[in-house]
Design a protein around this ligand. Sequence first.
Ligand code: FAD
Length: 479
Amino acid sequence: MLARRLSDDPAVRVLLLEAGPAEGGAAVRDPARWTELLTGPLDWGHAYEPAAPTLHRHIPIPRGKVLGGSSATNAMLWYRGHPADYDAWGPGWDFAALLPYFRRSEDRAAGGDEWRGTGGPMHVEREADPHPVAQAVLEAAAELGLPLIPDANGATNAGATVPEFTVRDGRRHSAADGYLAPVADRPNLEVRCGVRVVGLEFAGERCVGVRDSAGQVVHAEREVVLALGALETPRLLMLAGIGPADHLRDTGIAVRVDLPVGERLADHPLVTGMTFHARAPLGPVRGTGGGAMLNWCSPGADRPDLHAFVVQGPHATPEVATRYRLEPPVFAVSPGLMRSRSLGSVTLTGADPTAPLRIAPNLLGEPSDVEALGAGVGFVQELGETRALRAVSAGPAAPDRRLTAREREDFVRLATSTFFHVAGTAAIGPVVDRRLEVHGVEGLRVVDASVFPGLPSCNTNAPVVAVAERAADLIKEQP
Ligand SMILES: Cc1cc2nc3c(=O)[nH]c(=O)nc-3n(C[C@H](O)[C@H](O)[C@H](O)COP(=O)(O)OP(=O)(O)OC[C@H]3O[C@@H](n4cnc5c(N)ncnc54)[C@H](O)[C@@H]3O)c2cc1C
C-alpha cells in the first residue's frame, strides 16, 4: 500500500524488501483454496506457546510470506467493524479520521456511498451466488431475530449479511494485486523479493538502513518503514535493541531504547469446530467458502462482539475432529469473539534472528472471554434448531447435542483457535507516536497491524490498509 502511495511522487525513490516470493501460484489466486496456505512455503510457520486456558493445545498462527503478505494468503473477508473501535484509538486515528482512508482504499463492486468507496486499489465484491447453506444461515439468523443488513461496512454492522471479499473476477485480489501490480513499471519503485531483513543500521540515534540475512546493507536516503506484521516487526525492533530492557538483557542484546515492544499482543479467539451434518453433498466450494456473516452481542454487550462465518466443509481443531464424527458432508458456523479482553506478548528466544519467537497471546486468559464465547456457542446451537437450518442440516456434528452452559465453556477451551488477527505489538502510544514514528530514535516508522492501539471488532486486513493509507499522507506531509 505504502510503496504505491509514496512512489506516486516521482521525486521519491521507494525500495520494498519482501522475504517471500513475488508470486504465490494457483492456490493464492483461487479463493476456494485459501486453507491450503495455512502451512507450507508461503507461511512463516509460527505457533502459539501452549497454555492452560486452551488446554495446552498446539495452535499455529499463520502469516503470509509472499508479496502482499497475509492479504495474499488470508480468507479475503473485507470488514471494518464498528466506528467505536477506532474512536478508542484517539485523535488522528478515530473513525472520522480513518473513514476517508477506508473509502479511498476501496473499489466496491456494489457502488459507493457516504461509507463506501469506488475506484480505489482494493476491489471488493460479494459472492454472486452464495451457497444454499450460507443462505440458510442468513435465514436462520433472521428467525432468531438478527436483522438482515445490506452492508456490514455501512451504517450498522449489527446483523446478518452477505459479506464482501477481496476477490475480483473469481480471483483473489491481494494488496499486491491492488496496489503494486498497476504501478510495477514505475522507475522510482523497486521491489526485491526473497530478501529477509534481520537488522537495522544506525548512525547515532538515526536509523539509516537495514541489513539482510546475507549481510547486505541497504541505506535509506530518507527513512525506514517497518511493515513486517505484528510478529516480525517486534522481532526486528527487539533484535535492534528496541524493546523491554530486561528482556533484551536476558537475551544478550544491547539496549538501545527501553520500550514495551511485543507487549499487549492481541488476537481474536475463534471457536473452530461448530459443525453440522449436511442433508446433501455440498458440491464444489463457492467463492472463498464463506458467503454469510453474522454480527451480534453477547449478554451485556452494547455493540456486536460476536461474529460468525460459514465454512462449506469441516472446520475444526484436531482435538474437535478427534472427539466428534465429522465425515462429509458437513459444514461449519464458526463464532469468534471480536472484543476479547485477553492480551499477551511476543518475545525473543535468542539473539539469532531465525530463532523461534515465543508467542503467548493468552487466548481465553480472561474468564469473561470464555463466557462470551460460550454464549456464542449457545447462539450457533440455537441456529441449528431453526426451521431454515434444519432444511439443510441433518443435525449437529460437533458439539453433537445441546450443551449446558458449563459444557459450552469446556467446548470453547477444546475448540478455540486463532482468528488470525494478531496486532498491537508496537502500539500507537507506548511504542510509536501518532505519526507512527518509533519513540527514542529517528528515521524509523512502523506501518502494519503492530501499531493498532486496540484490536478492532473485525478482521484486520481492511484496517491495516486504512492505516497504511493514512500513514502515506503523514509521511508525504513531513518536511
Ligand atoms: C490465514 C489467515 C486468514 C485471514 N483472514 C482474514 C480475512 O478473511 N479478512 C481480513 O481482513 N483479515 C484476515 N487475516 C488477517 C489479515 O490478512 C492481516 O491482519 C493483515 O494482512 C496483516 O497485515 P500486516 O501488514 O500487518 O502484515 P502481513 O500482511 O503479514 O505482511 C508482512 C509482510 O512482511 C514480510 N516480512 C516479514 N518479516 C520480514 C523480514 N524480516 N524481511 C522481509 N520481509 C518480511 C512478510 O513476508 C509479509 O509479506 C487473515 C490472516 C491469515 C494469516
